[in-house]
Design a protein around this ligand. Structure first.
Ligand code: FMN
Length: 285
């Protein structure tokens, strides 16, 4: 299954991109509208991209009015939910619970560009679990000191799956002025530099829980996606690559199928967890 990463694709503005996916994940929605951080909110670095959007979104009331338009995409809709305390998550999850268009809720527990929620991961997941019977995915930060333990606590609190990973905090300076290029100084680093970080996170969490895992971070090719699957991902999400290549979902799906065929696998997902098995079971044709 190939999804987009939250915040990296406007499915209403680019439905033809969204329809290449197996499910569409919305930008994070909070109880109240948020303008987000002041510009400049995006900066390129020599290896990846920095953003400090700050969860800009129209708020849950207005978002609900747009749900019929998301339904027109004709694919399952995952809604990313954010907040600053457990009640924020409960509030939004309870409102989404009665919306048939919403297939799955992804709890964004890991935005590096706003203050971290005051409650812990398990407390927020447990509160959201009480508010909705929809499938719940917890999206974790790669900066957690023990992401396997965090994932296990999310699972124990009622998460149905995990999304790994969000961005890592980074910074870039203007070469002339030596001032930070983002208005917030630091922001979330995404793209290629996140690839080995995401791989290590998925590998650790696969060993710590038996839940389905959406792997993401710097995926640009079918080979990158296969790596995440071998580390333990049961689905892969595309983020920063979508800004440069709107055809990426179709291309990466084809590359992934070719990678699987070259290894004599029925499907790429047959390689799930291979990185955890004893060496030399896969022979490249
Ligand atoms: C511009 C931008 C906006 C993002 N907005 C969100 C968001 O609203 N909610 C969220 O959970 N993650 C957000 N992310 C993080 C991505 O969903 C993803 O976890 C991260 O970018 C790693 O994947 P990538 O390296 O393929 O981009 C955002 C990332 C970018 C680049």
């Amino acid at each position: 299954m190939i999804l987009n990463a939250s915040g990296c694709l406007d499915g209403l503005a680019a439905p033809e991109v969204a329809r290449q996916l197996d499910a569409y994940v919305t930008k994070t929605v909070t109880p109240l509208p948020r303008e987000g951080n002041a510009p400049v909110r995006i900066a390129e670095t020599d290896t990846g991209m920095l953003n400090s959007i700050g969860l800009a979104n129209p708020g849950i009331s207005h978002f609900r009015e747009t749900l019929p338009r998301f339904a027109e995409l004709g694919i399952p809709i995952w809604v990313s939910v954010g907040g600053f305390c457990a009640e924020d998550y409960t509030d939004v999850c309870a409102q989404l619970d009665s919306e048939p268009v919403v297939d799955t809720i992804e709890l964004n527990l890991s935005c590096p560009n706003v203050d971290a929620p005051k409650a812990g991961i398990a407390e927020i997941v447990a509160a959201a679990r009480e508010a909705t019977s929809k499938p719940l995915y917890a999206k974790l930060s790669p900066a957690l000191p023990d992401i396997g333990a965090a994932a296990a606590s999310a699972a124990a609190a009622g998460a149905d799956g995990l999304s790994l990973v969000n961005t890592l905090r980074g910074m870039a300076l203007d070469p002339e002025t030596l001032e930070p290029r983002l208005s917030t100084a630091a922001g979330g680093l995404s793209g290629p530099p996140l690839r080995p970080v995401a791989l290590a996170a998925v590998y650790a969490v696969y060993g710590a829980t038996s839940l389905p895992l959406v792997g993401m971070g710097g995926v640009e090719t079918g080979s990158h996606a296969l790596d995440l699957i071998a580390a333990g991902a049961s689905a892969v999400a595309l983020g920063t690559v979508l800004f440069a290549d709107p055809a990426a979902p179709t291309r990466i799906r084809a590359e992934l199928a070719a990678e699987a065929a070259a290894r004599g696998l029925e499907s790429a997902f047959a390689a799930r967890g291979r990185a955890h098995e004893p060496v030399a079971e896969i022979v490249v044709a």
